[in-house]
Design a binder for this molecule. Sequence first.
Ligand SMILES: Nc1ncnc2c1ncn2[C@@H]1O[C@H](COP(=O)(O)OP(=O)(O)OP(=O)(O)O)[C@@H](O)[C@H]1O
Length: 255
Amino acid sequence: MNALPATEHAPKEFVLEVEALTVSFDGFKAVDDLSFYVDENEIRVIIGPNGAGKTTVLDLICGRTKASHGSIRFRDRELTRMKEHEIVHAGVGRKFQNPTIYEELTVFENLELSIPRGRTVFGALGFRRDQAVLDRIEEIAEFVFLKDHLKTPSAILSHGQKQWLEIGMLLIQDPSLMMLDEPVAGMSVGERVKTAELLNNIIKDRSVIVIEHDMKFVEDIAHRVTVLHQGKVLSEGSMEHVKNDPKVVEVYLGH
Ligand SMILES: Nc1ncnc2c1ncn2[C@@H]1O[C@H](COP(=O)(O)OP(=O)(O)OP(=O)(O)O)[C@@H](O)[C@H]1O
């Protein structure tokens, strides 16, 4: 038999397929019949004016808010029917705007705590396992520019370093989809540049959805941009495309 592998002829598969997604809060549709599709290894940026529904979309994907209608397919799973912790286990990681690290613990300890249960140093069976865990923590720390800070109490990290630590805490769980809410808010210019580099490295193994207001940063990182307005897609495509779309200029970029 010289049949080609099934994948050769399979239709294109998205990591995430959001279709006709709607949520109403007391009759107000914060997300209204929304559809969008995220590719493997893509950085998708969601932009839009305040109240457009950006955070609500992430809340729906991670199961924090339940959809009124529509579907969210993540690989072969229907996320709208799953609980928040099941969605995390399925491989969706979410970082909120403010870092939620343990300030009193070191960088090492924060990363160690984030290793999925059953894989901690303490739960390990022997030296080899311990070493694998230590190696993993060092690898992630290096990835998020904190290798020289493993013993540093997290409280004394800069704001940007705290954001990176939290990204590291998500990465150590190896999600296939990472969602980040305004990751560069409050960062220095240098930290923004390094964060763009970090995201470009992250998506070698996964996809990322970012909510962002900083247009320079969006321009640096986005493969595609989805512009939300009143819970719907106003425009979508490359940054070049959306920033020249008169509808986008009118409701968002022109202000
Ligand atoms: N749990 C809730 N109950 C009632 N209304 C809500 C709830 N969550 C969000 N909303 C409303 O839904 C709309 C969309 O809010 P959302 O936070 O998703 O917007 P956003 O695009 O993230 O805005 P911002 O850029 O200001 O963060 C807003 O009008 C908000 O007040």
